[in-house]
Write a protein that binds this ligand. Structure first.
Ligand SMILES: Cc1ncc(COP(=O)(O)O)c(C=O)c1O
Length: 436
């Protein structure tokens, strides 16, 4: 059956009226391709929404979910458990940056993971006696999902407009600088000192007031902002020196996007907590997680063991289908060598992308691992309109799925992509962008 009435779904982060006037629909997915309802294949340049890292319809993951649905559909998650939830936590932690990460808290999305991590951080500081450490610090141009915590520490104006925000939140400056760093391959040389903006916040409030700093190691949704060399190292140093918890939001950078399990391993920097989602189940079943170090979990275990230690959780935390999907997905990443593949193909990716330099309207190309941003010059007085036109043209006329944020294309193919897929994606960009 083809669904003709599109009116009643209020689509997230979408121009609803324009979509419904000229829909962009996908009906099937296999490997590197979606299919439109008429059967036309669509090359996936974005792993869905940065999540289908194992490609679409991987049989092992599909079967794991099907089998689990038939065996145990749901089990209560508060004060009760089911074996796969525990197995999923152990499996996830087996690829954590170090053995210090001994606990995983499951959520259903990146937004929930972020809000969970922020709450855990605030509670931790109370538990260890830092009762005045109540300020959360984020960064301009950061995206941490859409919960009230996430939009508050996030740095995107339009996502905050109209909404009440958390008090006690500060932001440091973003690292993106076109004048200094445009067309840089990999991490820019300039900008590590921007980390010192965290010192400004510390000076303003006092380190004894600051609970945690949250950052995307590579900002994705806000246009692929690559951290300058030395920047994250400096952030880590400042947080350690001032007893501020460092949270890496790895909802995009986790699960092979940089050719390593997490950005933490890629950069060789260990945060205190990691939030993740998306690639955790290769996008198949909604699931997120917060990985924490032992000392954080332990801080919550001081009272009577019969009393709840963390007053927080979701009905669907460690949902059986999601847990089954996680276990199968991490198996697939390992068995198919997808993190290594992403790592190996990243230099081809880099060269292919930068061959677009000189194409009309392109003002920057940036890349790291298997992720890239292609920034286009905004039209006078109409920021975002060129990006939107390129995105829709690529879908309708070149059967290619791109992701656009403002006038920046954010590219992140499934980790199974081969050179021919990269070539096709780049040739589409070469043709589409100058037309707009
Ligand atoms: C870094 C980061 N954090 C959080 C989120 C929110 O994830 P979700 O849409 O699953 O709530 C995203 C989504 O793109 C993200 O990129």
């Amino acid at each position: 059956m083809i669904q003709n009435n599109l009116e009643h779904l209020w689509m997230p982060f979408s121009a609803n009226r324009d979509f419904k006037a000229s829909p962009r629909m996908m009906n099937e997915g296999k490997g590197m391709y979606y299919r439109k309802p008429d059967g036309t294949p669509v090359l996936d340049g974005t792993a869905g929404l940065w999540c289908c890292n194992a490609g679409h319809g991987h049989e092992k993951i599909v079967h794991a979910i099907q089998d689990q649905a038939a065996k145990l559909d749901f089990a209560p998650s508060f004060q009760m458990g089911h074996p796969l939830g525990f197995e999923a936590a152990e499996k996830l932690l087996s690829i954590a940056p170090s053995s210090q990460f001994q606990y995983a808290f499951f959520t259903n999305s990146g937004s929930e993971s972020v809000d969970t991590a922020l709450k855990i951080a605030l509670g931790y500081q109370q538990h260890v006696g830092n009762s005045e450490k109540t300020i959360l610090v984020g960064r301009e141009r950061a995206y941490h999902g859409v919960g009230f915590g996430g939009i508050s520490v996030g740095g995107l104006h339009l996502n905050k407009k109209h909404f009440s925000l958390l008090p006690n939140v500060e932001h440091i400056c973003a690292t993106h600088n076109l004048e200094k760093n445009s067309f840089c391959k990999g991490q820019p040389d300039w900008g590590k000192e921007l980390a010192d903006d965290l010192l400004r916040v510390i000076e303003k409030h006092g380190a004894d007031k600051i609970a945690a700093f949250i950052t995307e190691p590579v900002a994705g949704s806000t246009g692929v902002l690559i951290p300058p060399k030395g920047y994250l190292e400096r952030i880590r140093g400042i947080c350690s020196e001032h007893d501020i918890l460092l949270i890496f939001d790895e909802v995009i950078t986790g699960f092979g996007r940089l050719g390593a399990p997490f950005a933490a391993q890629y950069f060789g920097i260990e945060p205190d907590m990691i939030t993740c989602a998306k690639g955790l189940t290769s996008g198949t079943v909604p699931m997120g997680a917060v990985m924490v170090k032992k000392e954080i979990y332990d801080a919550y275990q001081q009272e009577d063991p019969k009393v709840i230690d963390l007053f927080h959780g979701y009905t669907y935390s460690a949902h059986p289908l999601a847990a089954a999907a996680l276990i199968a997905t991490l198996d697939v990443y390992g068995e198919d060598g997808l993190f290594d593949h992403a790592n190996e193909i990243s230099s081809y990716w880099e060269e292919a992308l930068h061959s677009l330099k000189g194409t009309d309207h392109i003002i920057d190309i940036r890349n790291l691992g298997f992720i890239a941003g292609v920034e286009m010059e905004p039209r006078d007085g109409k920021p975002g309109s060129r990006g939107y036109d390129v995105f829709t043209d690529a879908f309708h006329n070149y059967d290619t799925l791109l992701r656009v944020t403002g006038d920046t294309l954010a590219l992140s193919p499934p980790l199974i992509a081969e050179r021919e897929h990269i070539d096709s994606l780049i040739e589409t960009l070469r043709k589409v962008i100058p037309d707009h």
